[in-house]
Write a protein that binds this ligand. Structure first.
Ligand SMILES: Nc1ncnc2c1ncn2[C@@H]1O[C@H](COP(=O)(O)OP(=O)(O)OP(=O)(O)O)[C@@H](O)[C@H]1O
Length: 266
C-alpha cells in the first residue's frame, strides 16, 4: 500500500467527500465523516441509502470514483481488505463468515494476525518466537471469549451454537486482533430485542480499548450504542449529530421511516 503523509493530529478515520457510482446510479455522493478516537460512530439510513457501499469503501472492497480515506491523518491509497489488519482495523461482516470445521477458539485465533511477529516460515518450523506469539494469542483469545460471556463454548463447533452466540464468536475474532478501529456491519441483524440491548451496552464498553464504526439498520442499537450518528439517504448525508439530535430530527424521521416522530421505534 502506498501511503502519503499529511497532518498527524487528526481523527482516527476520515471519509473525505467519497462518491461511488454504479453505472448511472450514484450510491454515495460526496460523503464525509470522521471517527474520533475512543468513540462509537453509527451510520444509519433506509434501504438502499448507501450504508453497505460506504462500509465496502472503508474496507477497501469498493473503490470510490471521487474522494478518499485518511487513517490517522494519512491518506490511504491502494487500500484493500487484506491490508486492514496491518493498519489496526478489524471488521465483522453481515454474514458470520465463521469456519464451520474449526472450533470457536480456533475461529477466534484466525483473527489474531496483527500481533504475530513471527513469519509463516518460522511458524512452520516451530521456532520459539512463533511459539510465544501463539501462546500470547491463545491467552488473548480466551480472555476475549470470557469478556463476551462465551468462554465455555471454546471447544464447540460454531454450528452447534445459537445464532446470537455465533455472532459473539465473530465479534471475538475481530477483537482478538486488538484493533484501533472496529468496523461492524449490521451487528444487530438476527438478534432478539434483549440481545440487541446487551450488544449495544457491550459496544459502548469497547471504547476503552477501540473506536467503533457501526453500520446498522436497527435504530435501537445505534441510539443506545453511539456517541454520534451519520444518517444517509439516497447516498447523501442528510444529518449527523448525537443520538438525541438525530431522534428529534424530522428530516431523519421522514427519510428513514416516512413517519415523523417514530424514529426511536425502528
Ligand atoms: N454492486 C452494485 N451494482 C449496482 N448497484 C449497486 C451495487 N451495490 C449497491 N448498489 C446500489 O447502490 C445503492 C446503495 O446500496 P447499498 O447496498 O449500499 O445500500 P444500503 O443502505 O446498504 O441498503 P440496505 O439497508 O438495503 O442493505 C442501491 O440503490 C443499490 O441498489
Amino acid at each position: 500500500m502506498t501511503i502519503a503523509c499529511h497532518a498527524s493530529r487528526s481523527p482516527l478515520l476520515e471519509v473525505d467527500q467519497v462518491t461511488v457510482r454504479f453505472g448511472g446510479l450514484v450510491a454515495l455522493r460526496e460523503v464525509a465523516l470522521a471517527v474520533e478516537p475512543g468513540t462509537v460512530l453509527g451510520v444509519i439510513g433506509p434501504n438502499g441509502a448507501g450504508k453497505t457501499t460506504l462500509f465496502n469503501v472503508i474496507c477497501g472492497f469498493v473503490r470510490p470514483q471521487q474522494g478518499g480515506l485518511r487513517w490517522r491523518g494519512t491518506e490511504l491509497t491502494a487500500h484493500s481488505p487484506r491490508k486492514l489488519a496491518g493498519l489496526g482495523i478489524a471488521r465483522t461482516l453481515q454474514g458470520l463468515g465463521l469456519f464451520p470445521g474449526l472450533t470457536v477458539l480456533e475461529n477466534v485465533l484466525t483473527g489474531g494476525h496483527r500481533h504475530a511477529r513471527a513469519g509463516a516460515l518460522s511458524t512452520l518450523l516451530g521456532l520459539r518466537a512463533a511459539a510465544r506469539d501463539e501462546a500470547a494469542l491463545r491467552q488473548r483469545a480466551h480472555a476475549v471469549l470470557d469478556d463476551l460471556g462465551i468462554a465455555s463454548t471454546h471447544a464447540s463447533l460454531p454450528g452447534a451454537l445459537p445464532y446470537g452466540v455465533q455472532k459473539r464468536v465473530a465479534l471475538a475474532r475481530a477483537l482478538v486482533a486488538e484493533p484501533e478501529l472496529l468496523l461492524l456491519d449490521e451487528p444487530a441483524s438476527g438478534l432478539s430485542a434483549d440481545e440487541i440491548d446487551e450488544l449495544a451496552d457491550r459496544i459502548r464498553g469497547f471504547t476503552t480499548r477501540t473506536s467503533v464504526l457501526v453500520v446498522e439498520h436497527h435504530m435501537d442499537l445505534v441510539m443506545r450504542a453511539c456517541d454520534r450518528i451519520v444518517v444517509l439517504n439516497f447516498g447523501e448525508v442528510i444529518a449527523q449529530g448525537s443520538p438525541d439530535r438525530i431522534r428529534a430530527d424530522p428530516v431523519v424521521a421522514e427519510a428513514y421511516l416516512g413517519t415523523a416522530g417514530e424514529a426511536s421505534h425502528a
